[in-house]
Ligand binder design. Structure first.
Ligand code: BJW
Length: 238
């Protein structure tokens, strides 16, 4: 199967979903999570950083790690893959829905409308204990998460950690789009994290995986294209 075949499927599809993961932004300079050499977790264990327990145990360490990532994503730009997706959406309004696991805001930065950010956004934060009534963030001390002067509640990154529910409305919209689409492009994800990976298994449409190496979702694909997001998406969506 070739790029031409998938291009034909895309032309014929009324509804397309793009499910993206960290590899989508790799060519913008954002490290993936699980790459053995350069991934964000090559040096850290996920459970030491990406869980509520880890934050409660050591808020400064986890806050620092996210502050470093915020700085990093603030400096990068959408790549040719993000731009090709947004341009397709502009040419064909309403035909392609982006559901992304990425927290870097690059699809939004490229101009994609209505991005379903399944795992939140690293540039934003929220209260650790959302139900407390008093909270007003005080001026943060550098290196510390901002806190409430009255009750000590902490601000935390507005991302979805392991063991946490995805935003219900965002997940429902992604499930609906996945169920209704004719074609799903699964780009730059290892496919190991659920429920996001389950979207590719739940669709009745065709599934096309774009990834330079094998992923856990290859077995769900009608076609696997071995290549990178910034190379293949402009060809597929031209
Ligand atoms: C390129 C490229 C290029 C490189 N071009 N490609 C079912 C079974 C087992 C476990 C579970 C299950 N259901 C739920 C779970 C638990 C858990 C889970 O999935 N665990 C598995 C790891 C086993 N899921 C959860 O906890 C989720 N919540 C949940 O299920 O709630 C319900 C519940 C609650 C309580 C109890 C029980 C149930 C929440 C998951 C949240 C994930 N959060 C993170 C961190 C976000 C914050 C942050 O950024 O720090 O999200 S984890 C991390 O992984 C991040 C990513 O979005 C996510 C996926 O990673 P991704 O994007 O696939 O990146 P990589 O690095 O893995 O892969 C990159 C790929 O790109 C590679 O394949 C490369 O080859 C490729 N590539 N260059 C194209 N240029």
């Amino acid at each position: 199967m070739t790029v031409d075949v998938v291009r034909g499927w895309l032309r014929a599809a009324d509804r397309v979903v793009l499910l993206s993961g960290a590899g989508m932004s790799a060519e913008s300079g954002v490290p993936t999570f699980r790459d053995a050499q350069t991934g964000l977790w090559a040096k850290f264990r996920p459970e030491d950083l990406a869980t509520e327990d880890a934050f409660r145990r050591d808020p400064r360490m986890v806050w620092d790690w996210y502050a470093m990532r915020r700085e990093m994503v603030a400096k990068v730009s959408p790549n040719a893959g993000h731009l090709a997706v947004a341009a397709f959406q502009q040419r064909h309004p309403g035909r392609l829905t982006v559901a992304t696991q990425n927290v870097d805001g690059l699809h939004q930065g490229a101009g994609s409308p209505g991005v379903l950010a399944l795992h939140g956004n690293v540039a934003e934060d929220k209260w650790l204990d959302a139900s407390r009534p008093c909270c007003l963030a005080q001026t943060p001390v550098p290196g510390h998460p901002p806190s409430c002067a009255t009750c000590g509640n902490l601000r935390r990154p507005a991302v979805v950690w392991f063991g946490e529910m995805l935003p219900a409305d965002v997940l429902a919209a992604a499930e609906e789009a996945a169920a209704a689409c004719d074609l799903m492009l699964v780009v730059g994800t290892s496919g190991v994290v659920y429920p996001a990976a389950g979207l590719a298994r739940a669709t009745r449409g065709r599934v096309v995986v774009v990834n330079p190496v094998a992923s856990e979702l290859d077995d769900a694909a009608d076609v696997v294209l071995r290549g990178t997001a910034a190379t293949l998406l402009p060809q597929l969506l031209e």
